[in-house]
Design a protein around this ligand. Structure first.
Ligand SMILES: [Zn+2]
Length: 175
């Protein structure tokens, strides 16, 4: 996917721009931006993505992609912990559909974890499985069901959910 027009993180649409709450300064050729996922796995699910100074999609895992990441991670996790009052955040970089280098920051909320542990009887660990469970519950069941019942496209749904995130975006920017 070298054509930047195909990449949602290079060609950011209005909806994505409205969800951004953090942008770093450039370090070498990199800067980082963070936005709330409009179809989150948990409350506060954030995507931290790289932006290159020149418009080239950073879709390869090279040493250069990590420039500036430490600082961006520090700032974004601090904001998430403060606004969502959580102690822990899960990190994932899977880049399945979107190869543009990015991370998922998924706040771990005690109530979600507890509910899942009661079902699975796992007393600890297994957090990869927890993410898989959340993906199934949210992306395979809850969100498609809502789209069908409201007769929404995914885009309609994202716009609707983004509206409800506005106050959080303000809080996250300030935090
Ligand atoms: Zn890209």
């Amino acid at each position: 996917m070298n054509d930047k027009k195909e990449c949602p993180f290079c060609e950011r649409n209005e909806l994505l721009n409205s969800l951004i709450f953090y942008e770093s300064k450039y370090k070498s050729n990199n800067r980082w931006f963070a936005f709330l996922d409009s179809l989150p796995l948990t409350e506060g699910h954030t995507i931290l993505a790289l932006k290159k100074r020149r418009n080239k999609c950073p879709n390869k895992l090279t040493p250069e992609v990590f420039e500036g990441l430490e600082n961006a991670l520090k700032n974004v996790t601090r904001k998430l912990k403060k606004v969502y009052k959580t102690e822990d955040i899960l990190f994932a970089s899977l880049r399945g559909k979107t190869p543009h280098f990015h991370f998922h920051l998924i706040p771990l909320h005690k109530k979600d974890e507890k509910k899942w542990r009661e079902k699975t009887l796992y007393e600890e660990g297994h957090l990869f499985e927890f993410l898989g469970y959340l993906e199934c519950e949210k992306k395979v069941k809850e969100y498609p069901r809502q789209r069908i019942s409201k007769n929404w496209s995914e885009d309609d749904q994202r716009k609707n959910k983004a509206k409800k995130l506005r106050t959080k975006i303000v809080e996250l920017k300030k935090a």
